[in-house]
Design a protein around this ligand. Structure first.
Ligand SMILES: CC(C)NC(=O)[C@H](Cc1c[nH]c2ccccc12)NC(=O)[C@H](CCCC/N=C(/NCCC(=O)O)S[C@H]1O[C@H](COP(=O)(O)OP(=O)(O)OC[C@H]2O[C@@H](n3cnc4c(N)ncnc43)[C@H](O)[C@@H]2O)[C@@H](O)[C@H]1O)NC(=O)OCc1ccccc1
Length: 224
């Protein structure tokens, strides 16, 4: 049984990581076009670096929750037959023990050098602009995929989604593409599709089965 699990901000909500669109979500306090687009970065690098520096620092104050831990246990069982595709830029899947994780929208704990293209692991602030550890240029940006930018590992993800028997979506509003289109790709390839979400999402109608509730309860229940 080949399984792909797509996760979004909702799986980290119970760990204290803010989601984007819920009450008190990130997009309430910040203009998405100012902080999550290449144009916004060109207009005001400091504003964007401060936004991601704060999110990177907050990782030190959160821990994986039972949903992350259940997926790590499932990987022990399924091994190569499980792939976690996450839209999240936090490191909670890895801290829970998952190894087969694809960060399609990048990672807070990496920087990307606009001069040499390297993507070094990065745990400190990016303000004031430090030199790239590879080429020395002061051209480091957060290694996250902004709106209008092409997500990472689309080929690998496409192969896994169109080749899986079970596609499970956890904690995502289904409002951003190409991630929001994967349920249809999985369904058209014959997979059974299951949504685990606090409330129905924009894509619920595309799923064979929808279970609503907190991921910290639904995911362990599904895995057990
Ligand atoms: C707004 C939307 C319409 N716009 C897009 O989709 C755009 C444009 C677009 C492309 N194709 C289209 C087709 C139609 C229309 C528009 C487009 N897409 C892009 O620009 C993408 C790039 C998008 C990536 C942007 N970066 C992010 N994040 C990183 C940054 C950062 O983190 O700061 S997106 C960001 O928002 C997205 C949605 O967030 P969610 O994770 O779902 O969180 P949200 O708050 O919305 O929802 C939380 C959910 O959890 C639930 N929940 C809450 N608590 C719990 C709980 N406790 N338990 C369970 N569930 C819970 C809630 O009920 C809720 O449902 C995620 O992807 C997330 O990563 N790039 C691209 O298309 O490039 C070209 C291309 C593509 C393919 C091939 C070649 C070229």
């Amino acid at each position: 049984m080949r399984v792909v699990v797509l996760t979004g901000a909702g799986i980290s909500a119970e760990s204290g990581v803010r989601t984007f669109r819920d009450d008190g979500g990130l997009w309430e306090g910040h203009d998405v076009n100012a902080v999550a687009t290449p144009e916004g970065f060109a207009r005001d690098r400091e504003l964007v670096q401060r936004f991601y520096d704060a999110r990177r620092r907050s990782l030190a104050h959160v821990e994986p929750n039972p949903a992350h831990l259940a997926l790590a246990r499932l990987e022990e069982e399924l091994g190569e037959d499980l792939l976690v595709v996450t839209q999240n830029v936090d490191d909670l899947h890895e801290r829970a023990g998952s190894r087969r994780v694809v960060h399609m929208h990048g990672e807070l704990l990496r920087a990307a050098c606009e001069a040499c293209g390297s993507r070094p692991r990065w745990e400190e602030d990016l303000l004031p602009s430090p030199p790239c550890p590879v080429c020395g240029a002061r051209a480091l940006r957060p290694d996250v995929v902004w709106f209008g930018e092409v997500p990472y590992e689309l080929d690998r993800i496409g192969r896994a989604v169109s080749g899986c028997d079970l596609f499970v979506s956890v904690g995502t509003s289904g409002s951003v593409y190409p991630a929001a289109g994967y349920v249809s790709l999985a369904a058209s390839s014959g997979a059974h599709t299951l949504e685990l979400n606090l409330e129905p999402s924009e894509g619920s109608r595309f799923f064979d089965e929808v279970r609503t509730g907190p991921a910290g309860r639904l995911v362990p229940e599904w895995v057990e």
